[in-house]
Ligand binder design. Sequence first.
Ligand SMILES: O=C(O)CCC(=O)C(=O)O
Ligand SMILES: [Fe+2]
Length: 925
Amino acid sequence: MPGRRGYDRRRGSSSDGPEDWEYNWKRHFPDWDFYTVNEIDVPAEQVGEQSGPLHDLGQLLAEDPQHQLDRFSFGGATDLLPPLPGLRIEGYGRLTLPLDNATDAQRLAAVCQLAPFGRGQDTLIDPTVRKTWQIEPGKIAFGNPAWNEGIAAFAPLIAEKLGFPGTPLALHLYKLLFYEAGGHFGKHRDTEKEDGMFATLVVQLPSMHSGGQLLVYRGGTPITHDFGDAGGTAPFKCHYAVHYADAEHEITPVTEGYRLALVYSICWPAEPKDAAVPTSAGADAVNQMMTLLTRLLGEERQFHLFLEHDYTHKSISELGARALKGVDRERIARLQVANGCLSGDRVYDFYFAEAKRRTVYSFYQDAWDEYESPEVTFAQLHKLDGTSLAGSRDLASYFGHRDVLNPLGKSLLSLWRGHRKERLGDLGNEGPSQVTTYKKYVVVAWPRRLNQALEGIRVGQLEALRTLLTQEPSDDELAEFLQSVREARSRQAFPLRTTLEDQLRHTIFIALLERPFSPRLFGLYLDLHRTARLLIHNHEGWQDLLRLMRWPRAWKAGRARVVEAFAQDPCTTLKLIDKYPKEDPVEMKQLLIEALLRSESGDDDELWRNLQQAISWRVALSLPEPAVCRNLVQRYLNVRDDQFDVHQCMGSLLSAQRLHQNLFAARRHIFQPLLQRCIAKLEDKRASASGSKADYWRFQEAEFPADARVEDFLQSYERTETVKGFDCIQSARKLVETCQKVLSSADALDAEKWQRCSHTLPKFSFTAVEGGRGRGAYVTLTKTDAYPQHREAQRLARVAGLERDIKTLGSLLVVDAGAGPSGSGSGSISAGVELEQTHEAEAAPPRSETVGEAAEGVPTSPAFEPLHRPDIETDAGPSVASGAVTTAAPTGESEAMVAAPSTDDQAQDGAEHQDKKVKLESKMG
Ligand SMILES: O=C(O)CCC(=O)C(=O)O
Ligand SMILES: [Fe+2]
């Protein structure tokens, strides 16, 4: 499981208290009664800033001068509502409160329905989740006119307590609920049952009952409404409770008696202008906020604020900021006030963005684990008035954790909390009447000056650029655009290989070509080309680069940057040098070599790995400068011994030698130390391969799933063993048959086959014979020497291979004149020949690609060729004296032969392939 940094919610080590996870999982998976949920979190210290203007701004927003503002739930006894509402219920008649007898209760229940609840789009009835009777409002009448007057008087009080004094909220009766003993409603949130609904009012009518408390959750301990139970006022008064619809809540089971409650939806006024914005921020705070916003704008920083409450798409798109609840409303209002006092275009624009955090959990070692990093998207931009911006693409990649305005210093998961149960949670009473999904909204603050960039994200930068270009932008305007593109890029990995990106760069380049040269614009353009690959990413990119070279002023300004870009990507650079077409400027090739040399002088591991992958001595050799060769060799020599891949190195050397015999000969003193290192390494290997044969009779790798006793025996040192404990001879015979079946099906005894394809065959050889009778029956297992022989043959082959390699490399060493290495055909290469001049490199014979040709010059090398293809008969040629052993031997396990020369060839193949991809092939021949 990658990157698990979870915590154990069950054990309460998370900071935010109960969630409905446990509840839901329990209900859906009742068998797993102990579980933990581990989630990848980002600790508070890494979310937002620990100091600086964004941090200070958060501090200012964290201070809440009116502590009442975010009372997300409140309630108590009320005298605004009469204790005798004069309730008449269709089919029942006048209801006397409090209800206290079973006869009335039964009559009432008879006119009720079982209350359903919603899950996703479904409306369900499940008494384990909800057990309540309900009656539609249409069937209820209030005989006492004081009732509706009381409700009307209640609304302003609620508005004030919620923090919107003066806002004419509307209260709409939704249902009458009736609970008998055992009645309850599990943890849930309320659906927004009608337009503008954002909170719920519960009025408990005078009731005689125990239990039936309303618990409202939001971090920490829940707020409990006992509706006058403890104070003993429940039977005589109305009690109420208000909570935001998105707050989780539950009704604990009624343990005795009967409980009656009216549920009202609390809605925003239909007329938006009626919604008052709290203005609690004092002048002092506004001033401080202005200063901080100005500093942030100076840094062109965008940031975002997670809203504490949950909102539906419907409420945000229809009401915009008017949908904001409690602390969210206050914070955004204060930001707006301060921002509104700033002038010109040095201000922020605020948008809502719909944030989604999608995560996959999987059950892993008794715990639910977040599987991989969650997928976060910020999409669907809305202005604060709710109007949506078309075509907004995902913004999440433009915002890092550090850009969070985090007033309460929360960890990332706490910021997301409240959103998690989209799938499994129960959403309110009856299934939603429209698509109502709770999502986390964030408010994005975007410097107005960077609007172009935002526009770019929304409609695509290319389009934005094209639009801009039609307006004949000034240098400043164009620079601003490029800056914004750069800014946006720096926040995410530069996406490679998308034609749009290429077109964008190309369009910029052409635009620059057509204007008087501006070093500033040009620098910005080059900022978008940090790597060589980007410069030559497609045919146009290459053409642009060549054009750039022929544009003296630009080239003067940009050459160093181009070298730098190539120096950072030695693989591409090597390939380019190798394939550089004659007709293109010589200057380019020089530049590439310069870049390569520079890249080699670095001490970067990553770079070296790349280089090693791409390295081709053939290429290195073909370079006029021996210094490049020397650098590469030095690089190889610097590699730690445990990382030194002798076969790869040897393969590269031999391939270079084969293809550039003269040059290789000329530069062999450069390669000398590397050859020596390879030889030393191979000698080490040979020494260990010559070692112990004691283990030959121990078939360690034997697998015999059909019978553990047989497997144990095969893996032991014993040569023979008697298996006993059968109840009759038939049982013993059965084991023998099993053994024979395994042995014959795999042709295990066919030594010849073994020689040919060793890895597919079992790693053992033995016989099984039954004897005795009755309970004395037994099976005698006896190892045969087929497998040990095979192992010995392998070992010999390995040693022979190593010896042959050592000999081959030895033949390439610089030797004293006249004392050519024995047995190699390389006597003709004199150590005295030192061809260092450039023209010699060019005078080297055309690259000879055929093995045959190379074999003539250096007869030992082709013997490597076929060895990594065990199925092909080796054609080693007469000059390879020791080849007989090697070729006859199975090759699959012979490490000396494993793909040594293929490494380089594969690198070449890879390079070829790569080149095709970047479409340079046609260009460069
Ligand atoms: O019974 C109550 O007090 C409220 C029930 C409830 O939460 C609901 O109907 O959504
Ligand atoms: Fe509810």
